[in-house]
Design a protein around this ligand. Structure first.
Ligand SMILES: NC(=O)C1=CN([C@@H]2O[C@H](COP(=O)(O)OP(=O)(O)OC[C@H]3O[C@@H](n4cnc5c(N)ncnc54)[C@H](O)[C@@H]3O)[C@@H](O)[C@H]2O)C=CC1
Ligand SMILES: N[C@@H](CC=O)C(=O)O
Ligand code: NA
Length: 440
């Protein structure tokens, strides 16, 4: 219940784009419910963005305007700064550091900044005493940071995986359903506010990698290691791959997976990868469509946990930002990751070569005799066993055809060796595309 005598939570907001304007709208619409749950009034004191006069569909007149966003951190009338500007470095990072160094709390949706600087920010938060919260940074509106940090806290987490980028999922599912063109669907995702300011972060898989690195840190109690995430985006996936995958009983989704291996001396190693995968049609991730995200966490006592919901867009992301503000208003300023930053372990990256799995491999080849023999000689010499092979169509000009194969289970290093043997071959017109097949 709202205590009318309680001190208001005084908020400054930097960034008034898709998410920032969404936060102001949510606070206007849901003020009563938000304040009742927080037990305190919420007062937005000041705001900052690039353009004061842009029409955002929200009334900015009640709030002080700051041209210099980093000055928000110095204001005596502010308890918490909400950073919704974006960019791993630059003004967003300067604001975040100054906020935490001033002992104030920081709420951010900026996964790029948390993936690159999360450890330093967590240290600043521990020293200054302000909270560091970033629920909106991972899978938008899905309460997965809280879910892992609190709900699954009793478990050793064995694996975290999921569909972590709404833009890519929107593109892949639209290409699958309507045969739409990649660029047209990307423009639609941008218009709907799902994409990053630079959509290359989305389609090249980097945004999903940012989120995976954060989830891995929370799940495994490890220091964030963004640099060791192996990343492949969706730019090389063609409509023809989606069609062939469908024929074989799969859909294509961009999936991030983080799990552990034991090195020979028994120390745990971390494997983090983002790749377009073939997902069997009966798998729960195959039904995650449009901008929806889903995170699967495997706990040693809870079993498989599935978190699913809107991963992008103004409303869902604003919902996550304001839930962090409610936590801060209630006095929850606990460790931003699952344990205090000084207790997070450093995990070296694992070598994926010995991992066993099945792959879809698509070759783009010249339409001439002997090409298939060349490919199968390479797979034979690398000990890659082929389960099925489709060669379809012939270019009208007789130039290029696609050959798609699915392998039997085998070590990843064998597939890498086969591709190595084919490198530089005059029969291939482009680098082969390898899409792992997700297990159940
Ligand atoms: N759009 C979405 O669905 C989601 C976005 N996020 C994250 O939320 C953050 C904000 O994203 P959006 O609202 O989509 O971005 P946006 O591009 O719509 O808005 C960014 C805002 O920051 C301001 N800004 C940018 N650079 C500035 C600078 N140098 N000085 C002053 N103001 C500056 C812009 O004027 C604008 O008001 C990003 O970190 C993004 O990754 C997180 C989850 C979902
Ligand atoms: N660009 C991101 C926005 C949310 O994090 C996405 O598409 O998922
Ligand atoms: Na979230």
């Amino acid at each position: 219940m709202l205590d009318s005598e309680a001190k208001p939570l005084r908020i400054a907001l930097a960034g008034l784009g898709t998410v920032g304007a969404g936060v102001l709208r949510l606070l206007e619409t849901n003020r009563a419910v938000v304040e009742a749950r927080a037990g305190r009034p919420f007062e937005v004191v000041a705001v900052s963005a690039r353009d004061r006069h842009r029409d955002r569909g929200v009334d900015l007149s009640p709030y002080a305007w700051c041209d210099d966003m980093t000055a928000l951190a110095e204001r005596d009338d502010v308890d918490v700064v909400v950073e919704l500007v974006g960019g791993s470095d630059g003004p967003a990072l300067a604001l975040a550091r100054r906020t935490l160094d001033a002992g104030k709390s920081l709420v951010t949706a900026n996964k790029a900044m948390v993936a690159h600087h999360g450890m330093a920010l967590a240290e600043a938060s521990a020293i200054g005493g302000g909270a560091l919260k970033f629920e909106a940074a991972v899978a938008g509106g899905i309460p997965v940071v809280k879910g892992l940090r609190e709900g699954a806290a009793a478990n050793a987490i064995e694996r975290v995986s999921g569909i972590l980028n709404g833009t890519c999922n929107f593109i892949l599912t639209n290409m699958e359903k309507s045969g739409a063109d990649f660029d047209a669907v990307l423009s639609e995702a941008q218009a709907k506010g799902y994409a990053e300011a630079d959509p290359a972060f989305d389609i090249e898989g980097v945004d999903a990698a940012h989120k995976l690195a954060i989830l891995a840190a929370i799940g495994f109690g490890a220091r964030i290691d963004f640099d060791s995430v192996s990343v492949t985006g969706i730019t090389e996936v063609r409509a023809a791959d989606i069609a062939r995958a469908r024929t074989l009983g799969f859909v294509i989704r961009l999936v991030g997976i983080a799990d552990c291996d034991l090195a020979e001396d028994g120390t745990p190693r971390l494997l983090q990868r983002v790749r377009p995968c073939l997902v069997p049609r009966h798998h729960p991730l195959a039904h995650v469509d449009g901008p929806t995200n889903a995170v699967v966490a495997e706990g040693n006592f809870s079993g498989r946990l599935l978190f699913q919901g809107a991963g992008a867009g103004d409303g869902p992301t604003a919902s996550a930002v304001v839930s962090d503000l409610i936590d801060i208003a209630r006095g929850d300023i606990g460790a931003p990751f699952s344990v205090p930053v000084s207790d997070l372990v450093t995990m070296a990256p694992a070598d994926p070569g010995h991992r066993v799995g099945r792959d879809y491999i698509r070759f783009t080849v010249r339409d001439r005799p002997g090409v298939l023999a060349e490919i199968t000689a390479a797979t034979r010499d690398a000990n890659v066993s082929i389960e099925s092979l489709i060669q379809q169509g012939r270019d009208e000009d007789g130039g290029e055809v696609l050959v798609a194969m699915v392998t039997h289970e085998g070590q990843e290093r064998c597939v890498a060796k086969a591709l190595n043997l084919l490198e530089g071959s005059d029969s291939l017109t482009a680098a082969p595309l390898v899409l792992p097949i997700l297990r159940d």
